[in-house]
Design a binder for this molecule. Structure first.
Ligand SMILES: C[S@@+](CC[C@H](N)C(=O)[O-])C[C@H]1O[C@@H](n2cnc3c(N)ncnc32)[C@H](O)[C@@H]1O
Length: 402
């Protein structure tokens, strides 16, 4: 098929799915943020994805790839941070927190959850939101990406209020080796103060969790802070959102990770909550776009390998005003776990019970043009024992510690 025919075919396909979103690819500069950090930030909840046009074809993709490479050194001046765009288009921390509270009250109860750990936290938006409503709350965030953690310190924690820094601990490291993670050193002494504060003492002596971590920062390593052991309060809730457990590809790693989670949960009762997506649309190539006032967010799903259940997800942002594209702003390799696989691993790690809360998502083939981040948010999750396969679903998996 010739290039022209291909383009025509593509445009017909586009029309079917919302022609008004067809963009002139040629008149924008590409801006590549693919900075190679492994399994970097992240996915969008399918709730946030709106099917619009599919403007991909092989030739255009190839051209875009070439443009990516050409623009690696492009000036960042005037461009919004990829982390800000990610937070605006992908995350909805308030919704997640209300479900976390609901799950805790339902499966543990008897006290308010105060201490949260957000694994694979990225910019720890959820953790900072957690701190807002109750000054007794504390949060711990863990991520491999130091750039995201530093961005959190400068852009998220500072919005929480004066005591925000003393109630959050961010660790740079691998969730599979939590004891080797390094506490990110905030500018001031706040973090050291927090170590001795009442908020960070476990009130159940018998189940005190010893998270021995090396204090320090990859950016400003301070001798005084190094090799200092920190004790953190036992967590009421540990969460891993935006499909982060798919970053772990081996079953043994998944079980090991779940054991680490269990170790930090309070012996008085605690829960682990993760999310997962699926459906027939999740196992094939897919490109979804969603338009926001100042940018378009694109979720690109590569071919799905049924042997390894692996795929590569890339997130791109097109900025209207700047006429730029942030291609591969985030990109990562995932193993798409099934719900029973996750359940088996959680039980093997020692969790007492596992609950599935699922909601059906808007059909990815539907020609709908909801703008902004509200798609599917009105659909509530429900606890289910069985659920018939659909085009797209999203799940919270809740594991109860004891
Ligand atoms: C899908 S993103 C999720 C970010 C955030 N939790 C959210 O809800 O948007 C996955 C994050 O996990 C981090 N990550 C991947 N593998 C990791 C590992 N083994 N240990 C710690 N963090 C990891 C990445 O750096 C990235 O920030």
């Amino acid at each position: 098929m010739g290039k022209k025919e291909k383009k025509q075919k593509q445009q017909q396909k586009t029309s079917r799915r919302g022609a008004s979103y067809y963009r002139n690819e040629e008149d924008e500069e590409d801006y590549d943020f693919n900075n190679n950090y492994s399994q970097s930030l992240a996915s969008s909840s399918l709730s946030d994805q709106e099917p619009e046009q599919d403007d991909s074809n092989e030739e255009e993709e190839k051209k875009e790839e070439e443009e990516d490479a050409d623009n690696k050194t492009a000036s960042k001046k005037g461009m919004p941070s990829k982390f800000l765009l990610y937070q605006q288009s992908v995350q909805s921390p308030k919704g997640d927190i209300s479900y976390l509270q609901k799950f805790f009250l339902l499966y543990v109860g008897g006290r308010l959850p105060l201490h949260l750990q957000e694994d694979f936290c990225g910019t720890a938006l959820l953790s900072t939101e957690w701190l807002r409503n109750d000054s007794r709350r504390t949060a711990v965030g863990v991520d491999l990406d130091l750039e995201a953690l530093n961005w959190c310190i400068e852009n998220n924690i500072n919005k929480v209020g004066a005591d925000g820094y003393s109630r959050i601990s961010l660790f740079h490291g691998n969730v599979l080796q939590p004891l080797a993670a390094k506490l990110v050193n905030f500018e001031s002494q706040e973090i050291i103060n927090s170590i001795g504060s009442k908020d960070c003492k476990d009130d159940s002596e018998s189940n005190e969790v010893k998270s021995a971590v090396q204090v320090g920062s990859s950016t400003s390593m301070d001798d005084m802070h190094m090799k200092r052991n920190v004790q953190l309060v036992a967590r009421d809730i540990v969460c891993a959102f935006n499909y982060s457990c798919c970053c772990l590809h081996k079953r043994a790693d998944l079980v090991l990770y779940f054991k680490h989670v269990l170790d930090v949960l309070s012996k008085k009762g605690g829960i682990f909550v993760m999310d997962l997506y699926g459906g027939t649309s999740s196992e094939s190539k897919l490109r979804l776009q969603r338009r926001f006032p100042n940018f378009t967010y694109i979720w690109e799903q590569a071919e799905f390998d049924i042997i390894g259940r692996k795929t590569r997800i890339s997130l791109h942002f097109h900025l209207q005003k700047q006429q730029r594209k942030l291609r591969h702003a985030f990109s990562y390799s995932w193993r798409l776990w099934s719900l029973p696989e996750i359940k088996d691993c959680l039980e093997e790690a020692g969790f007492q019970s596992v609950h599935f809360w699922i909601r059906q998502m808007p059909d990815t083939e539907a020609n709908r043009r909801t703008e902004g981040s509200g798609a599917g948010r009105e659909i509530k999750y429900e606890e289910v024992m069985t659920f018939e396969q659909v085009d797209a679903w999203n799940a919270y998996i809740v594991a109860v510690a004891n």
